[in-house]
Design a protein. Structure first.
Length: 323
C-alpha cells in the first residue's frame, strides 16, 4: 500500500498540490471561479499551451530547446511590423516560416556536433541569445504596434461561440499532435528515439531525420504561440518571449513527461498547462508579487525535476505513454 501511495505521489504529487492550491484560493477569493476569470485563464494559457506542445515533442524525443523564447520575440516583432504594409495572412505565413527555419538551424547544429540532451540545452540557449539579439536589432529596442482595424486581431481576440480563438487554436494543434504521437509510426519513432537512440537506429529508424522533425515542430509551435500572443495584444516588444521556455518546461514536466526522454504525452501536457495557468492566476488574485511568484515557480521546477529523477522505467515503455 505504501509503495502504491509513493508511486502515486511521485507521478501526480505536483498535480495534486496545485489542484489543492486552486481549491484553497477558490475558498479565499470566490471570484477566482467566476465565468469572466475562467475565460481569462483560458485565453492566457493558450499561448503557453501552444508553446508547451512543441516542448513536449522535443523532450519526449530526448532533447531540449531553450530557443523558443527568442523565437517568440523575433516572430512577434516581425509579424506585428508587417501589419503596416501587408496582409495579415502573409504576415502569419512569414512568422511560421521563421519558426520552421529556426527549427532547421537548431537541428543542423545539434546533429553537426552530435549533441545529446545536455549539449542540446546549451546549444539552443546560444540560439536563444542570437534570436533575442536579432529581435532587438530588428525593432531597434522599441515596442511595435499594429494599426487599428487589422484583421490580424481576430486570431488572438476573436471568439467562436463561447470559446476564444486562441483556445480553439491550442486545442486543434493539441489534437493533431496527440494523434500523430499516439497513432502514427512517426510518433512511435519519436518515443523510441527518446528512450534509446541506439535501439532506434538498430530498428531502422532514421534518427537524424526525426531529430530534425522534432526541432521543426518545436520552432513551428513557438512561432504559432508568438502569432497568437502578438494578435491578442496587437503589439510586440523584442523581449516578448522572455520566460516562456521555463514555463513550458514546467508545464510539460508537471504533466508527467520525463526529462529523460521516451515518456509522456500531449494530453498530459494539456493538464500541466491548465494547472500552471490556474496557479499563476491564483497567485495574482491573492496578491502575490511577481518576484515571489518567480520563487514559487523555481521551487516547483526543482520539485518537478526531483520527482522525475525518482521515477523508474524508460523508453521501453514508450508505447504505454502515448495514450
Amino acid at each position: 500500500m505504501n509503495g502504491k501511495i509513493g508511486a502515486i505521489l511521485r507521478s501526480y504529487g505536483l498535480l495534486l498540490a496545485m489542484a489543492a492550491l486552486a481549491l484553497v484560493v477558490a475558498v479565499i477569493q470566490p471570484r477566482f471561479l467566476s465565468g469572466d476569470n475562467i475565460l481569462n485563464i483560458m485565453r492566457q494559457l493558450s499561448v503557453l499551451g501552444i508553446v508547451s506542445l512543441g516542448m513536449t515533442i522535443i523532450i519526449i524525443g530526448g532533447y531540449m530547446d531553450l530557443s523558443i523564447s527568442g523565437t517568440i520575440s523575433l516572430v512577434a516583432v516581425v509579424v506585428i511590423s508587417m501589419q503596416q504594409y501587408t496582409s495579415a495572412a502573409l504576415s502569419v505565413v512569414t512568422g511560421l516560416v521563421i519558426g520552421v527555419v529556426v527549427g532547421i538551424v537548431n537541428a543542423a547544429v545539434v546533429l553537426l556536433v552530435k549533441a545529446g540532451n545536455g549539449e542540446s540545452l546549451i546549444l539552443t540557449f546560444g540560439m536563444q541569445t542570437v534570436l533575442q539579439a536579432t529581435a532587438l536589432l530588428y525593432a531597434k529596442g522599441y515596442s511595435i504596434k499594429a494599426p487599428e482595424g487589422s484583421s490580424f486581431r481576430l486570431i488572438g481576440q476573436g471568439t467562436v461561440g463561447f470559446l476564444a480563438s486562441p483556445v480553439l487554436i491550442f486545442l486543434a494543434l493539441a489534437l493533431i499532435l496527440q494523434l500523430m504521437m499516439s497513432k502514427t509510426r512517426s510518433g512511435r519513432s519519436i518515443y523510441l528515439t527518446g528512450g534509446n537512440k541506439e535501439a532506434a537506429r538498430l530498428c531502422g529508424i532514421p534518427v537524424s531525420w526525426y531529430i530534425g522533425g522534432m526541432y521543426v515542430i518545436t520552432g513551428l509551435m513557438a512561432a504559432a504561440g508568438a502569432i497568437v500572443l502578438s494578435s491578442r495584444t496587437m503589439s510586440a516588444t523584442p523581449t516578448m518571449g522572455t520566460g516562456y521556455e521555463m514555463d513550458a518546461i514546467m508545464a510539460v514536466v508537471i504533466g508527467g513527461t520525463s526529462l529523460k526522454g521516451g515518456q509522456g504525452s500531449v494530453t498530459k501536457t494539456i493538464l500541466g498547462v491548465v494547472l500552471v495557468g490556474v496557479m499563476s492566476n491564483a497567485l495574482n488574485i491573492i496578491g502575490v508579487t511577481p518576484y515571489m511568484q518567480s520563487i514559487v515557480k523555481g521551487m516547483i521546477m526543482i520539485a518537478a525535476v526531483w520527482l522525475d529523477s525518482k521515477k523508474t522505467g524508460g523508453g521501453a515503455a514508450f508505447a504505454k505513454q502515448s495514450v
